[in-house]
Design a protein around this ligand. Structure first.
Ligand SMILES: [Zn+2]
Length: 300
């Protein structure tokens, strides 16, 4: 298994991209529709989104596969297309990444089902679900598997086990969302997350999504103070604080807000800095400029 530190090279922090869902909606994805089906039916639109982030300076491109586990795809009647949709999503991102020396983060989100004993999903079944998705992402060429927006450490353990089983050559990254008074929805603190996830042989750990840059900053202050040797940190904040407008969340964070956030993360020694819901390539570009990073020019 290649180390993430080796993949990232010497340029730190490395800039990762921003929201995929926000960009899909802007490109016409209807509320309630399946994002992952775009990996086969709207592959050109997906390529445009990844290219826009790469052109803005992102060194790590995230696949459009957050809801790519079987239970999430089943919501759209696509439960028999797990391998296909994940492989296609990784392949599109990889094609773009290969043109600009970027890396592909294969996105894996929670299954949406609660684990035992609170829910009905057993550890072994969860391992199988994540292994199935990880196998598709590996086949499509993802460099790193990114478990993101998790709140249950039991589900993280199942995910990492499934990833190691189906894609033993791929390193794993994990972010949790600490949106409940500094804890995840399931009551996990940043200290606990860092200690327990690093014990699973995960090299890149952090926080994402949630209630905006101030929340992520508090998480990263703790994680940077407590990080074990060899662990890299990853921060992917939403673009500002989400506000409920009518029945949908809007994100008020401007590119300037996200540029300030990126600099604060850099000061804390965060290794990979990106953004989450509500962000666009203009946020990524502002972050790149604030961090003094250069856009990778296309090879050849
Ligand atoms: Zn988010």
């Amino acid at each position: 298994m290649e180390q993430i530190a080796t993949l990232l090279g010497d340029t730190r922090p490395a800039l990762s991209d921003g929201a995929i869902g926000t960009m899909l909606q802007a490109a016409g994805l209807m509320p309630g529709a399946s994002p992952e089906i775009w990996n086969v039916e709207r592959a050109d639109a997906m390529r445009v989104i990844h290219t826009a982030y790469a052109d803005a300076g992102a060194r790590l491109l995230t696949t459009n596969t957050f809801g790519g586990t079987r239970p999430r795809l089943a919501l759209h009647g696509h439960e028999d297309r797990v391998h296909e949709l994940n492989e296609a999503g990784a392949r599109i991102a990889r094609d773009v990444a290969d043109g600009c020396d970027a890396l592909v983060l294969g996105s894996i989100g929670p299954t949406g089902d609660l684990m035992e004993p609170l829910g009905l999903l057993s550890h072994d079944d969860a391992v199988d679900l994540f292994a199935e998705q990880a196998g598709g992402l590996a086949a499509g060429g993802a460099h790193i598997l990114l478990f993101e927006t998790f709140s249950d450490l039991g589900e993280v353990r199942a995910g990492v086990e499934g990833a190691h089983r189906a894609a033993p050559d791929l390193p794993v990254a994990v972010t949790m969302t600490f949106d409940l008074k500094g804890h995840t929805m399931m009551g996990v603190s940043p200290s606990q997350a860092l200690a327990e996830i690093s014990a699973l042989d995960v090299e890149l750990i952090g926080g994402n999504c949630g209630s905006g840059p101030d929340e992520i900053e508090a998480v990263m202050v703790t994680m940077s103070a407590e990080r074990p040797d060899g662990v890299l940190l990853l921060a992917q904040s939403n673009a500002g604080l989400p506000q409920l407008v009518g029945d949908e969340f809007r994100y008020g964070g401007t590119p300037e807000v996200m540029a300030d956030y990126a600099v604060r993360m850099q000061e804390l020694g965060v290794d990979v800095i990106g953004s989450c819901c509500g962000s666009t390539p203009s946020h990524t570009a502002a972050m790149r400029e604030a961090l003094g990073l250069h856009v990778q020019t296309a090879r050849g």
